[in-house]
Design a protein around this ligand. Structure first.
Ligand SMILES: *Cc1c(COP(=O)(O)O)cnc(C)c1O
Length: 224
């Protein structure tokens, strides 16, 4: 089983090579609910960027694989009271969706050295305010808040395509929102979009970071 993951990674990288048309794309392999041994196998195959969505599972995996010098991307919903813990091991935070999270990330004992983390503002592309991500109307204010933070480096935007809508249409909207964020900081040009089922559409609309789980890892074991 895990043996197959390295083969699926190689096959995916081949497909991506054909689709990316010379653009630089970061492949984040999302390994939530899979054991650390699967991450280790993909790392041995040469992969470095991995995504996780739940603390403390993500913390435990990062600790177990600390010898590998991996780049960890936190792609799940961030809770305010866990945010600083997550930022202690996750190098890239894809899901900043409230100023309260930025406040929390800036907190802590004065004089305590903290790494500055790359941050993406997650945008809610649905009409349902319960879903993760900031409403597009609040995007600029939140991006400005992140850009001004000493705890974070504003890098761009992240989104999940809504169910029940053509992903291409949603990613087109995201590309326009990404332009607004890039106007705030020219270094904030990352677009984290595209999962196993819609990564080609995301790539067509400018995704710089794909978050791919099942297409590479196989089905996830049942979770909580
Ligand atoms: C699980 C997850 C993914 C990967 O999804 P797949 O459909 O398995 O590729 C991508 N992004 C987020 C935010 C996730 O939670």
């Amino acid at each position: 089983m895990t043996h197959d993951a390295a083969a699926r990674l190689a096959a995916f990288l081949d497909e991506l090579e054909g689709a990316r048309r010379g653009r630089a794309v970061t492949l984040v392999v999302v390994t939530k609910r899979h054991p650390a041994s699967l991450v280790r196998e993909l790392a041995e195959a040469g992969h470095r960027d991995f995504g996780e969505s739940r603390h403390p599972e993500s913390r435990d995996k990062a600790a177990e694989l600390a010898d590998l010098d991996l780049t960890w991307h936190f792609v799940g919903q961030l809770q305010r009271n866990k945010a600083r813990q997550v930022a202690s091991y996750a190098h890239v935070l894809h899901s900043i969706d409230a100023t309260s999270l930025v406040d929390a990330l800036e907190g802590g004992e004065p004089g305590h050295e903290r790494p500055v983390r790359d941050a993406l503002v997650q945008v809610n592309l649905t009409d349902d305010p319960q879903r993760g991500g900031v409403d597009p109307a609040g995007l600029d204010a939140l991006a400005e808040r992140v850009a001004a933070s000493a705890a974070l480096r504003l890098r761009g935007v992240m989104a999940v395509a809504p169910l029940g809508e053509e992903p291409a249409r949603a990613f087109e909207r995201l590309a326009r929102l990404a332009e607004r964020v890039r106007a705030i900081d020219p270094d904030a040009g990352w677009i984290s979009a595209g999962m196993s089922g819609d990564w080609r559409e995301a790539l067509e609309h400018g995704a710089t970071h794909l978050r791919i789980g099942t297409a590479i890892t196989g089905n996830r074991p049942p979770g909580l």
